[in-house]
Design a protein around this ligand. Structure first.
Ligand SMILES: Nc1ncnc2c1ncn2[C@@H]1O[C@H](COP(=O)(O)OP(=O)(O)OP(=O)(O)O)[C@@H](O)[C@H]1O
Ligand SMILES: [Mg+2]
Length: 333
C-alpha cells in the first residue's frame, strides 16, 4: 500500500477556554496523495484557515495528528520541524501582507535558501531566482525591484515563486486569488494548475469560489462548523452530492449547460452559521436543513460511503440525490 503524502487523523483546533472552546476544527480526518489537489470549501467561519494554520504549525493542534511523509507535524520540533517546513509551503490570500515591502525581490526569493542551507548553493542564487521568476511568468529584471512596484497579480506570482523556492511536495493555498481583480484571477489559477502538473505538487486548495475549486481540484472536501460533512472526487461532489449543505452550495455555482441551468433551482440557505462555540446537537447543519428530523438532533451522523457516486463520503441521516420538489425554500435562478 502506498502511504499518502499527508495523513490527517482526528485533528482538532479549539480556541479559547477549555470549558467553553470555539471548535474551529473539530475531529477531522483526511488524506492527500502525492501530486493530488484537494479542494476545501465551506462558508466563512467554518474553520478552513484554522485547519490550514494547524497543518502549517502556525498554531497548535488541540488533539489529533497530521503526518507529512510519516512525520507528525503536530508534535514536531527542532530539526524535524525545519525539514517539514521545507516540504510544505503556503500561498496566502493577501500578497500585500505576505511579502516584506523592504526586501528586494531577489532577497525575498532567496531568503528561504538562506534559512535552509544546502538546497541551492549561494553561487547559484541569482540564476535560480531568475528561473523561478520565469516559471511564474515574471522576468529576470524583476529581481531588482521592490514588491510595491508590482501589481496584485504579479505580487501573488512572487508569493508563489517564493513558496516554490524550496521545492516543496505540498503547497497549501488559502484563498490564493480572492484578493485579486477578477480579470487576473484566472491567470493565477492557471499558473498554479500548470506548476502543479510540471512539478507533481500536491495541493490543499482553499477557496470560496466553487468554479475555481472545480477547475483545480482532484478531490473536494466540504466543511461545516469545524467538521467535514462531505468529501469525494470532484466529479462526485459536483455531479452527485448527497449532503443537503453541499447541494445548497452547488446550487449557487453557475453552470455552462443551459439545460441543467433551466432545471436547476437555487437553494437559499436560511439563517446564519451557528456559533462554533455552541454547535447544535447531533448534526450541526440541522438548524438550517430542510430535511431535518428528530434523529438529526439526537445523533451526529458519521461520514460514510455512499452508493450514488464513486468515492463519495457523506455525513447525513437523510443523504440522497437532490430532489427539487422536496426543497421547500426555493428561489428561481
Ligand atoms: N485566533 C482565534 N481566536 C479565537 N477564535 C478564532 C481564531 N481564529 C479563528 N477563530 C474562530 O474560528 C472559527 C473558524 O475561523 P476560520 O478563520 O478558520 O474560518 P474560515 O473558514 O477560514 O473563514 P473564511 O472563509 O472567512 O476565511 C471562527 O468562528 C473564528 O471566529
Ligand atoms: Mg479563512
Amino acid at each position: 500500500m502506498i502511504e499518502p503524502l499527508l495523513k490527517v487523523q482526528n485533528l482538532s483546533r479549539h480556541f479559547g477556554s477549555a470549558s467553553a472552546p470555539v471548535r474551529a476544527v473539530d475531529d477531522v480526518s483526511f488524506e492527500i496523495a502525492n501530486g493530488e489537489t484537494l479542494g476545501l470549501v465551506g462558508e466563512s467561519g467554518c474553520g478552513k484557515t484554522s485547519l490550514v494554520r494547524t497543518l502549517l504549525k502556525l498554531g497548535p493542534a488541540t488533539s489529533g495528528s497530521a503526518l507529512l511523509d510519516g512525520v507528525d507535524i503536530t508534535t514536531a520540533s527542532g530539526r524535524r520541524l525545519h525539514e517539514l517546513r521545507r516540504k510544505m509551503q503556503v500561498v496566502f490570500q493577501d500578497p500585500y501582507q505576505s511579502l516584506n515591502p523592504r526586501m528586494r525581490v531577489d532577497r525575498l526569493i532567496s531568503e528561504p535558501w538562506a534559512l535552509h542551507p544546502g538546497v541551492v548553493p549561494k553561487s547559484n542564487w541569482r540564476e535560480e531566482t531568475v528561473k523561478l521568476l520565469e516559471s511564474v511568468g515574471l522576468r529576470a529584471e524583476h529581481a531588482d525591484r521592490y514588491p510595491s512596484e508590482f501589481s496584485g497579480g504579479q505580487r501573488q506570482r512572487l508569493g508563489i515563486a517564493r513558496a516554490l523556492a524550496l521545492n516543496p511536495t505540498l503547497l497549501v493555498c488559502d484563498e490564493p486569488v480572492s484578493a485579486l481583480d477578477v480579470s487576473v484571477q484566472a491567470q493565477v489559477i492557471n499558473l498554479l494548475a500548470g506548476l502543479r502538473r510540471e512539478r507533481n505538487l500536491a495541493m490543499l486548495f482553499v477557496a470560496h469560489d466553487l468554479a475555481v475549486v472545480r477547475h483545480v481540484s482532484d478531490r473536494v472536501m466540504v466543511m461545516y462548523l469545524g467538521r467535514i460533512i462531505e468529501t469525494g472526487p470532484k466529479q462526485s461532489i459536483f455531479g452527485a452530492a448527497a449532503h443537503p449543505y453541499t447541494q445548497a452550495l452547488m446550487s449557487a455555482v453557475p453552470t455552462p449547460d443551459p439545460r441543467r441551468r433551466a432545471q436547476r433551482k437555487r437553494i437559499v440557505l436560511q439563517g446564519d452559521l451557528p456559533s462554533p462555540a455552541n454547535p447544535p446537537s447531533g448534526c450541526r447543519f440541522r438548524t438550517r436543513c430542510w430535511k431535518a428530523t428528530s434523529i438529526c438532533a439526537e445523533q451526529e451522523p458519521a461520514l460514510i460511503a455512499r452508493t450514488e457516486a464513486p468515492g463519495l463520503l457523506t455525513a447525513c441521516h437523510h443523504a440522497g440525490p437532490e430532489i427539487a420538489n422536496e426543497i421547500p425554500r426555493l428561489e428561481e435562478t
